[in-house]
Design a protein around this ligand. Sequence first.
Ligand SMILES: C[S@@+](CC[C@H](N)C(=O)[O-])C[C@H]1O[C@@H](n2cnc3c(N)ncnc32)[C@H](O)[C@@H]1O
Length: 241
Amino acid sequence: MRPDEGKPYYTAYDKRYRSVYEQGADRYACIPEEEKIRGIIRKYVKQFELTGKKVVEFGCGEGWAGLEFAKLGSIYQGYDIAPSALEKASALLSEYMNANICLQDVVLGEFPVEAFDAGIDISCLHMFITDVDRKKYLGNVYKCLKPRAPMYFVHESCRDDIYGGEVTSYEQWLELTGEDVDTPQERGALKNGEEITVMIPCIAARPRSEKGYREELVAAGFEVVELERHTWGINILTRKL
Ligand SMILES: C[S@@+](CC[C@H](N)C(=O)[O-])C[C@H]1O[C@@H](n2cnc3c(N)ncnc32)[C@H](O)[C@@H]1O
């Protein structure tokens, strides 16, 4: 799926959410994946004692991870660029005084300095295609975390055979990979808790190799603490140096 005319390529997700809702779904979700990540969040909160601590999520989407942090007693702040998804997140988190979400571009936005005790990114980093956008994003992540704060990159697309050179534009990436971002394909979504099928095109994403992630995160000022591969992706636990 391509973004709306004149908007940055990474706003394509807003268009995707809107299309999914227009097709009758009330959430764009993959329940088995969410279940696994909820387990990861519970472990993260326990390991770093994040109850009562300030946790930031970049690319929070519909807010389901925020709900988990809020239930576990963290003081949660979610950022996303998609108004469509934030409307859902806002409804989901409305009962929780310790949860807040904000419409913000995590690449170009301004963030508070050393404000958060911990951070999480669930499949957001791989949405950034160009080297410049990735660097700006990771710079913002670095800036708003306290020194030594943990930062968890979860379910990021990982491929060891992927092009590792410089990428300067979205168009260059599409040409390099031949990704089809136009043909609608069947995907699962939810309506009243039941899975339904919707038709949506792929959204371009940029995987890295394991080595590529390591190098990129270290260059951005993070220490890689733990790295775990799964079928199509990787979870990388880091700490701000
Ligand atoms: C793959 S989705 C993951 C959403 C959510 N973390 C989840 O797991 O359901 C990527 C999210 O990143 C958001 N996103 C992409 N570019 C962004 C940007 N520049 N600033 C803030 N959010 C962005 C999208 O709107 C989308 O909600």
